[in-house]
Design a protein around this ligand. Structure first.
Ligand SMILES: Cc1cc2nc3c(=O)[nH]c(=O)nc-3n(C[C@H](O)[C@H](O)[C@H](O)COP(=O)(O)OP(=O)(O)OC[C@H]3O[C@@H](n4cnc5c(N)ncnc54)[C@H](O)[C@@H]3O)c2cc1C
Ligand SMILES: *[C@@H]1O[C@H](CO)[C@@H](O)[C@H](O)[C@H]1NC(C)=O
Ligand SMILES: *[C@@H]1O[C@H](CO)[C@@H](O)[C@H](O)[C@H]1NC(C)=O
Ligand SMILES: *[C@@H]1O[C@H](CO)[C@@H](O)[C@H](O)[C@H]1NC(C)=O
Ligand SMILES: *[C@@H]1O[C@H](CO)[C@@H](O)[C@H](O)[C@H]1NC(C)=O
Ligand SMILES: *[C@@H]1O[C@H](CO)[C@@H](O)[C@H](O)[C@H]1NC(C)=O
Length: 626
């Protein structure tokens, strides 16, 4: 065999072995050079640049690469989710504990006027899968009303709940918990699909959950039991579904990106590489690619068809602004030439504040395990051996209630900010633990997380005894904040202001929700179970005291949306049209939580998966790739 043939086959094999994952842009440049060889087995190289790879990007990239004639490049600023240190993000019981570790961007909010001037950590995934690799894994679609409102504000009936069913079913599949516990009667199989993302119910229901369901049965008028909160009917009390399957976290990376990388040769992933801006054509009417940077070296990738921006509610407005797409005067301050004046880029940030209350429990909860490092280590060791045991499910929070303010509440005088009459104003998540849970991640990583899903880490929980908590979230906030760039460099963090509790509706609803939680636990179903509230939650018996408690302890539920919000093509305001294309310029689409015009009535990850599934179909249609 001639040497050139050896060379050819060697490269093919290396290519297959490597799984097309690069950690430096120049590795791709050199492959491009070798492309002379590969062009025999590959069609054109750079049809698509999909960037960044993360959450929704993984979904879109995976779907687009189903067509063998397109080439997809996924660019991710962060790290692999596949290394030896990944247990903190893949182990279900550690849900949310990757915050403050190598998997986190480590953003901080501005000082929050509505929270006594506090500023705090704002975790965002810095890893394949984005925040879907870091989140608390609750898989809770918004109600039908959310999608129907999206269709109406965008003028596209394709976004209604009914018309999205195909994409809802394409995303997710229900699987049993690791122990194969029967979950009949706790969800509705008919509203679940056949997608790659796995979801499951708890493996270990607690006495707490049994009593939550008993309260619903006893008071079905106030707290109706809802067989499946993912059915489009998002109100009432029900069992939490989490993105967990085969005893591990299911993320957009594990469900979509890894399988595509493992099985297709038309998708590549470039890690550790930050996109610094989008490149526009000479006339400025079209975006033609991206510029990336690693170790102060810059590289460009061309996209012959489109750039898909999935950098998230923080990263997307930042990159758009750095590329001259955003509020003109704001960009001028940093010497950035305006390409399209879109004042809404970075504006309208919505997030959901979360505040916890803790009560002593007179039955076993997860507290025992969390407060016993030896037992907790043993659970993690068992999980490491055969993926079984308490660590193999997200066992902290199994049940939830989505509730509305009473009709006629004075808080609704100015209009109802929920998406419709079947969408919640507030939510309780029932935690079988006190709020503090830091030692769990310390055991794994030696790191102290800056904050967790469960609580404000400054709000110390009890360290002995059994406890339960309620995490209270205002689901339909009216506060709107913003994200601004702070320099013309992509490496300067933007300012993030979720503007929590800056409206009378938001703080009023939080106060109402705390009273509703107290009332919920006073029902007969709780006799003999609920003990005293913890510490400074003891005498919360006036609105003023509740307000002070909320403003002292609330923080972010890490659900930012709306910083590149969708609107009708005919609207001057808004950032993307109903097809997710950025207004005023060709060649770039946004597919992430930033396009949602309103905070989600459920939890955002399901919404983003559904949007990404439809986005992939819209893109395939636009380029005749079906
Ligand atoms: C701690 C935590 C707990 C949460 N809990 C839940 C939950 O239980 N249920 C739920 O539904 N939602 C939860 N969420 C929210 C949910 O994960 C997000 O809504 C979802 O991931 C979508 O976020 P996003 O669109 O903002 O983008 P992300 O998922 O954050 O993805 C953005 C990606 O872009 C990459 N990126 C950004 N800028 C660049 C750049 N310049 N160059 C290259 N790459 C870049 C990032 O590294 C990241 O991978 C939680 C989030 C966090 C952080
Ligand atoms: C995951 O790990 C395997 C084995 O170490 C490796 O071959 C593969 O390239 C890794 N994938 C990513 C995306 O890092
Ligand atoms: C976030 O902080 C952790 C802990 O200090 C650190 O290990 C990690 O590298 C930081 N993330 C980034 C993107 O710098
Ligand atoms: C659960 O069921 C699967 C499929 O039948 C089986 O492989 C697995 O061993 C079972 N696990 C347990 C803990 O029973
Ligand atoms: C997993 O390991 C634990 C602890 O060693 C053991 O008790 C259990 O039986 C094992 N389970 C399976 C399904 O192998
Ligand atoms: C961003 O800039 C706008 C306009 O100058 C300002 O109103 C807003 O408060 C700023 N937000 C942040 C987070 O700095």
């Amino acid at each position: 065999m001639a040497p050139s043939h050896h060379f050819f086959w060697l490269l093919c094999l290396v290519d297959l072995c490597l799984g097309k994952i690069f950690t430096a842009p120049e590795q791709i440049t050199s492959r491009r050079y070798d492309f002379v060889v590969f062009s025999m087995i590959r069609s054109d190289w750079s049809c698509y640049v999909v960037q960044p790879g993360p959450f929704a990007g993984c979904v879109v990239a995976s779907r687009l690469s189903e067509n063998p004639n397109v080439r997809v490049l996924v660019i991710e600023a962060g790290v692999s989710d596949n290394g030896t240190d990944s247990a903190v993000i893949s182990t279900p019981i550690l849900a949310g504990q990757g915050a403050g570790t190598v998997f986190d961007w480590n953003y901080t909010t501005t000082h929050q006027v509505g929270l006594n001037g506090r500023a705090f950590a704002y975790p965002r995934g810095f890893v394949m899968g984005g925040s879907s690799s870091l989140n608390a894994m609750i898989y809770q679609r918004g109600p039908r009303d959310d999608f129907d409102r999206l269709a109406s504000v965008s003028g596209d009936p394709g976004w209604t709940w009914d018309n999205l069913q195909e994409f809802i079913f394409k995303n997710e599949k229900h699987v049993p918990a690791w122990n194969n516990r029967s979950d009949a009667g706790e969800y509705n199989p008919r509203v679940h699909g056949h997608g790659p993302l796995l979801s499951s119910l708890t493996a270990t229901p607690w006495e707490l959950d049994r009593r939550v369901m008993q309260t619903a049965a006893d008071h079905s008028d106030e707290y109706p039991f809802n067989l499946d909160l993912n059915s489009g009917d998002g109100l009432g009390v029900g069992w939490i579904q989490t993105s967990v399957g085969n005893s591990a976290r299911s993320s957009s990376s594990s469900a979509y990106l890894h399988p595509a990388l493992d099985s297709r040769n038309n998708i590549d992933l470039l890690l550790h590489t930050q996109v610094t801006n989008l490149i526009s054509s000479g006339s400025g009417s079209k975006l033609t690619g991206v510029q990336v940077s690693q170790n102060a070296h810059e590289y460009e990738f061309a996209a012959t068809k489109e750039v898909i921006l999935s950098a998230g509610s923080v990263g997307t407005p930042q990159i758009l602004m750095l590329s001259g797409v955003g509020p003109k005067e704001e960009l001028q301050k940093f010497g950035i030439k305006s390409v399209v004046d879109l004042p809404d880029v970075g504006r309208n940030l919505q997030d959901q504040a979360i505040v916890g209350l803790q009560w002593e429990a007179k039955a076993e909860t997860l507290s025992g395990l969390l407060n016993d490092p030896a037992a907790f280590s043993a659970a993690l060791a068992q999980y490491a051996i055969n993926k079984t045991g308490i660590a193999a499910a997200n066992s902290v929070v199994n049940s939830i209630a989505f509730l509305r303010l009473p009709d006629g509440s004075p808080l609704l005088k100015g209009g109802d900010p929920a998406a419709g009459p079947h969408a919640a104003h507030f939510e309780f998540a029932f935690l079988a633990s006190p709020l503090g849970s830091k030692q769990r991640v310390e055991l794994i990583t030696g790191n102290s997380p800056q904050n967790t899903f469960l609580a404000n880490d400054k709000q110390v929980g009890p360290t002995t005894g059994n406890w339960v908590s309620i995490a209270i979230v205002v689901q339909s906030p009216t506060s709107r904040g913003s994200i601004n760039i702070t320099s013309s460099s992509a490496f300067s963090y933007p300012t993030i202001d979720p503007a929590f509790y800056t409206t009378a509706f938001d703080i009023g609803t939080a106060i109402h929700a705390v009273k509703a939680a107290q009332e919920f636990f006073s029902k007969p179903a709780w006799d003999g179970f609920i003990g005293a509230p913890f510490s400074d939650a003891t005498n919360l018996d006036t609105d003023a005291k509740i307000e002070a408690y909320v403003r002292k302890w609330a923080m972010s539920n890490k659900h930012p949306t709306s910083t590149a919000r969708m609107s009708k093509n005919s609207d001057k305001s808004g950032v993307v049209g109903p097809d997710l294309l950025v207004k005023g310029i060709r060649g770039v689409r946004v597919v992430d939580a930033s396009v949602l015009p309103f905070a989600v009535g459920g939890f955002p990850q399901a919404q983003v998966y559904i949007i990404a599934e439809r986005a992939a179909a819209l893109i395939k249609d636009a380029w005749c790739l079906n």
